[in-house]
Design a protein around this ligand. Structure first.
Ligand code: ADP
Length: 351
């Protein structure tokens, strides 16, 4: 099939016009004796050429004037992409309809992607609000219950009044921790918290974190250890404050999610050319395989994690992932249910 471009349409029409003219001229030639054939030939060629040029020009002009408006409106609606620069010459030499078609297709594709990302955003917001209200519900209902009991006479009962007030305080602290985590994660996401890389010794920082969490570890009888085979000085280039947060979140989880008597958390530093790989290993309850890929998601908690109700927000590992990826490094997890979990992340060595 012949491609119906303006040129082909002009060619087809000018052939018809020149054929009609040739037919009329031939009839005249045979009717009147004083007419020559030669001028007829030249005139046919001239009519062919002129009609081809006029038709082609008119069609192009018409299409250009109409399509250009559409083309320009699309151009105005599309965000400018500096890489997709089309040369003016190319635009003119190719079939304008093809160009417009291509632009509309690209535009359609971009719109589709935009719609998809908006849909994802809407889904994420729905889930986020659902998760947030779910996390807030437990402490709020608890506080409501304690206060109602106290108001209904419990306040005068020395057996429960102090206990219920303490429990209320615990629930309030839980809400504060949740709001703090939320604020932290939103600052990380908005890029408000800029990383301030510096040289520091990760070995010393780990010891500091162990001191900080010592009381908590003692409560569950958990031993906090640095693998004796690891290097004694581990100088890295990273944001110390944030890496402290990472270690606290990982070691805190390792202490929380255990049910063994002789539970222990071991931190090991592995030396890899220009990086260190840091492992935080516990011998706790472990994580079931299908949850492993999801533990870094905001608010995600495994069934066993949720049922233990250790007062977590489900944001700790999301924060860890943000911080480590913010350093252009990676974090991963491996685990066997009932045996334990190992979180590992990398950091650049200080050269
Ligand atoms: P949470 O505040 O609930 O601890 P996190 O984001 O720190 O939130 O962890 C998400 C979930 O991953 C936890 O609820 C728990 O189910 C699971 N988890 C994290 N660390 C461990 C671990 N060391 N051992 C077992 N499960 C863990």
């Amino acid at each position: 099939m012949i491609h119906s471009s303006p040129k082909n349409i002009a060619l087809f029409n000018s052939i018809i016009i020149s054929l009609i003219f040739a037919a009329v001229y031939t009839t005249l030639y045979f009717t009147y004796e004083n007419i020559n054939i030669e001028p007829g030939l030249y005139l046919t060629l001239l009519i062919f050429g002129l009609s081809f040029l006029t038709i082609n020009y008119s069609i192009n002009k018409f299409i250009y004037s109409r399509i250009k408006v559409i083309y320009k409106s699309i151009g105005m609606m599309r965000p400018q992409k500096p890489t997709k620069k089309k040369s003016k010459q190319n635009e003119k030499s190719s079939d304008v309809l093809d160009i417009v078609n291509q632009v509309v297709m690209e535009w359609g594709k971009e719109q589709q992607q935009e719609i998809e990302s908006l849909r994802q955003g809407a889904k994420y917001r729905r889930e986020f609000i659902g998760n947030l209200s779910h996390e807030l519900k437990t402490p709020i209902f608890n506080i409501q219950g304690y206060i109602s009991t106290l108001l209904d006479g419990g306040l005068e009962d020395p057996k429960i009044n102090k206990k219920f007030l303490e429990k209320s305080e615990k629930s309030i602290n839980r809400m504060i921790a949740l709001v703090d985590d939320l604020e932290y994660i939103s600052k990380l996401e908005s890029g408000e918290l800029k990383l301030k890389p510096e040289r520091f010794d990760l070995f010393q920082l780990t010891k500091e974190v162990f001191d900080f969490l010592e009381m908590k570890a003692e409560k569950t009888g958990t031993k906090l250890l640095i693998n004796p085979n690891s290097a004694k000085s581990v100088f890295v280039k990273a944001d110390k404050k944030r890496i402290r947060q990472v270690l606290i979140n990982l070691v805190d989880n390792a202490i929380k999610y255990t049910d063994k008597k002789n539970s222990k958390v071991t931190v090991t530093f592995y030396d890899f050319h220009d990086k260190y790989l840091i492992e935080v290993k516990d011998n706790g309850i472990g994580i079931q395989e299908d949850s492993l890929v999801r533990v870094f998601e905001r608010f995600y908690r495994t069934d066993s994690g949720r049922s233990r109700d250790q007062g977590g927000s489900g944001l700790g590992l999301a924060i860890v992932k943000h911080i480590i990826e913010g350093h252009q490094q990676t974090v991963s997890v491996r685990s066997t249910e009932g045996e334990g979990t190992t979180f590992s992340f990398t950091l650049d060595k200080h050269k």
